[in-house]
Design a protein around this ligand. Structure first.
Ligand code: PEP
Length: 247
């Protein structure tokens, strides 16, 4: 039985004061049965991690370097993230892929580095609007996953989470229908099952893309949707908790 994970990707939002208020609000509320994780901007990781010490809420980073140490200005290593108390690291978010030109291979290298440091990567996959309209979603997602399989093998997925995030749904208010999301999640699980049935059954596959308290219950009731990666709606404690309570 897979437990549900509701993870908030705060992106480049907030201030020292607002992240404290947000964490206080989340800690004061009721998340129901879901496991919660928050992924603040990296400069706030230590602060937020300290505030989460006495809770079950997990800390995650928004990215992780593909090298372990050295002259990589602006990057943050997996070891540094574990030292900050991170359990998770998002890799391959569509904003990293499109705005910072991160290739499937680079994302796979970041994923590998996270795994080797004991972090759980949250691997984001998903198609653009153009690809969606061309009907090539499964091919796009398969290629993104294949890059990780080539780097890490199926064993890498034993300690990973996947987030299916249709790019056209991220931050747009457009949400994939529960049926569409379920069919892609089912495809992803089936693809992993071709290499290892047990890993495919235990891996959590989150949906991301304009999930909110109104649409979460329908999405989260699908058989292969094991939680959500939440952007905009994770910036308000009540909205984030309402999604978690939909599990
Ligand atoms: C995201 O950025 O991962 C995301 C899902 O954003 P939003 O919920 O705002 O669409």
């Amino acid at each position: 039985m897979r437990s549900s994970l509701i993870a908030g990707n705060w992106k480049m939002n907030g201030s020292l004061q607002s992240v404290v208020e947000l964490i206080d609000g989340i800690k004061d509320g009721d998340a129901g049965q879901a496991e919660l994780a928050v992924c603040p901007p990296s400069v706030f990781l230590m602060k937020v991690g300290g505030m989460l010490d006495d809770t079950d809420i997990a800390l995650g980073a928004q990215n992780v370097c593909n090298h372990d140490v050295g002259a990589y200005t602006g990057e943050i290593s997996a070891a540094m993230l574990t030292e900050c108390g991170c359990r998770y690291a998002i890799v391959g978010h569509s904003e990293r892929r499109s705005l910072y030109l991160e290739s499937d291979e680079l994302v796979a290298a970041r994923f590998a580095m996270a795994v080797s440091a004991g972090l759980t990567p949250i691997l984001c996959v998903g198609e653009t609007l153009y690809e969606h309209e061309q009907g090539v979603t499964e091919a796009v997602v398969a290629k993104q996953i294949d890059a990780v399989l080539e780097n890490c093998g199926i064993a890498g997925f034993a300690q990973a989470v996947i987030a299916y995030e249709p790019v056209w749904a991220i931050g747009t208010g457009l949400v994939a229908s529960p049926e569409l999301a379920q069919s892609v999640h089912h495809f992803i699980r089936g693809k992993l099952a071709a290499s290892d049935g047990e890993i495919a059954q235990q891996i959590r596959i989150l949906y991301g893309g304009s999930m909110n308290s109104s649409n979460a219950a329908d999405l989260l009731s699908q058989a292969d949707i094991d939680g959500g990666l939440i952007g905009g709606a994770s910036l308000k404690a009540d909205d984030f908790l309402a999604i978690a309570q939909s599990v």
